[in-house]
Ligand binder design. Structure first.
Ligand code: EPZ
Length: 470
């Protein structure tokens, strides 16, 4: 809500009745982040969006860090608990704002949610409502993965289409095409995905798109097909470890899914699902982020509680750059190994190089001798971090979906603005190596996907502090 301010005459934004930053003051945030400003005013942030993180750079990181459960596994698995009227117990759930957003939606839809300990949830969806409103869904794009569970269980739903995203266009045409192949008759009405179908019927369908397969699209179709009649074959399915994790959870509830982890998934429909107890896999992107933090500070870091297999593309690039990488059963250690050389890399669906690590590794290339051509093939516009890195002295030339990075001797500290989850991780990594004190603003983005990142970095020796703004 906006009211004309009697004093300045400029418009003031009010959130929850509390005075927020006057619109005119937003100009200080710098031009390219328009949509984030809107995001900020609309109170999409959780907790106090004014929290900042201060980092005094230049200290090599050293030691061990324990990796949390995967955000991108947790969100669809929590949604999948709606597919049974029996209770589910989910372990190794990361303490993140995105998880809390999903739990708010599950509670709104009628599920009983109990937090048994910091990382264990019990969810019991005896009854489920079929409408997920805009005000809840708009906070998190991943809420699109409610479609599959609601359509599977209720054969109907009205779920608001999540709004825009700073990392680029996020259409859901493949989700709709895949679900409609099962007979869901989806239409778009008043900004919502509306479906009202009879029995779902298994069939063969393809989820291949311009940028390869779709992760949450595969999840949605796999979940809907689980309670459909007959057999569904999903071609060009996503092979991400998080898709495998969801399929394993569904199979533990009584589903009959095979081929998960390959590009052809087969689902034998069943009549109903039972409750289950399940442990979420470790977060490969959080692990990759800490390995890059160790590398860029010329430190010696071990990430523990990881599945090294899930990190292969990241580890290969770090080794080619010149770092020593040692993998154990559930750990990976990185340290310096003499000279380093910048590497070109391009993002692609798993097992290719993950787009969710592009910003962090680009930051490493900013201070690595030589040229690096970074090509973003999954989200071609995902370069919001570039302007902020340039403000810290990075030499980056932008071309369509490609950044050409020339390694510099050092970065200089500056106040910088986080625009999205992985861009904020990149700015924190830049602050760890920059000369001086870097101030990262709007860290609510980082809290969406990293569990207590500042505390974990402090255990590795980083001089980092979170400043809470009341
Ligand atoms: C998942 O998003 C992840 N989110 C993203 O992580 C990740 O970047 C992405 O997969 C790719 O790995 C979660 O798991 C919650 P996609 P998703 O559908 O499923 C196009 C993070 O930082 N596309 O695989 O939404 C799309 O535009 C987040 O943790 C269509 O064209 O991504 C993109 O170019 C960010 N039509 C490409 O496919 C569709 O219907 C891949 O998107 C769907 C997607």
């Amino acid at each position: 809500m906006e009211k004309k301010d009697r004093i300045t005459g400029s418009y003031r934004a009010y959130r929850n009745g509390r005075k927020a930053i006057p619109l005119c003051a937003l100009r200080e945030f710098g031009p390219p982040h328009f949509c984030n400003k809107l995001e900020f005013i609309a109170g999409l942030n959780e907790g106090n969006g004014m929290d900042r993180i201060m980092i005094h750079g230049g200290k090599p990181l050293a030691g061990e860090v324990h990796i949390s459960g995967s955000k991108n596994s947790t969100l669809p698995i929590l949604a999948a608990t709606l597919m049974t009227s029996e209770p589910c117990m989910v372990h190794h759930v990361p303490d993140l704002s995105d998880v809390r957003f999903m739990l708010d939606i599950l509670k709104y839809l009628g599920a009983e949610v109990s937090q048994l300990d910091k990382n264990t949830l019990r969810i019991h969806a005896r009854e489920v409502k079929d409408v997920a409103p805009y005000d809840l869904v708009r906070k998190m794009r991943a809420s699109v993965c409610l479609l599959g569970p609601l359509i599977a269980r209720l054969k109907r739903c009205k779920v608001s289409v999540p709004g825009g995203c700073v990392i680029g266009p996020r259409p859901i045409d493949l989700h709709i095409k895949g679900l409609n192949s099962l007979g869901t008759n989806i239409t778009l009405e008043e900004g919502c995905v509306v479906s009202n179908s009879g029995e779902l019927q298994g069939t063969t369908l393809s989820l291949g798109g311009r940028h390869g397969s779709t992760v949450l699209g595969t999840d949605n179709v796999m979940m809907a097909a689980t309670l459909a009649r007959g057999t569904t074959v999903i071609e060009h399915a996503a092979c991400e470890p998080e898709v495998i994790d969801l399929a394993n959870f569904l199979n533990s509830m009584g589903a009959r899914i095979t081929g998960h982890g390959t590009s052809t998934i087969q689902v034998e429909g069943v009549d109903r699902l039972n409750g289950a107890e399940y442990r979420i896999i470790p977060d490969r992107i959080e692990a990759g982020t800490f390995l890059v933090a160790g590398a860029i500070t010329q430190g010696d870091v071990m990430v523990k509680n990881v599945i090294p297999q899930h990190l292969q593309a990241i580890l290969r690039l770090l080794e080619n750059t010149g770092f020593a990488v040692e993998s154990g059963n559930d750990s990976v250690r990185i340290c310096c190994n003499g000279t380093t050389q910048a590497q070109d890399f391009a993002t692609s669906p798993y097992p290719g190089f993950p787009t969710d690590m592009q910003a962090q590794v680009m930051t490493l290339m900013c201070v690595t001798p030589g040229m690096s051509v970074v090509t973003e093939r999954v989200f071609p516009d995902r370069f919001m971090h570039v302007a902020e890195l340039q403000r810290m002295g990075a030499q980056i030339e932008m071309e369509t979906a490609t950044a050409v990075v020339k390694g510099v001797d050092h970065l200089s500290a500056a106040p910088v603005m986080a625009s999205d989850l992985r861009a904020s991780a990149a700015l924190i990594i830049a602050g760890l190596v920059a000369r001086g004190d870097t101030e990262v603003r709007r860290v609510y983005h980082i809290d969406r996907g990293y569990e207590h990142i500042d505390e974990k970095l402090r255990t590795l020796g980083a001089r980092i502090e979170r400043i809470h703004e009341s």
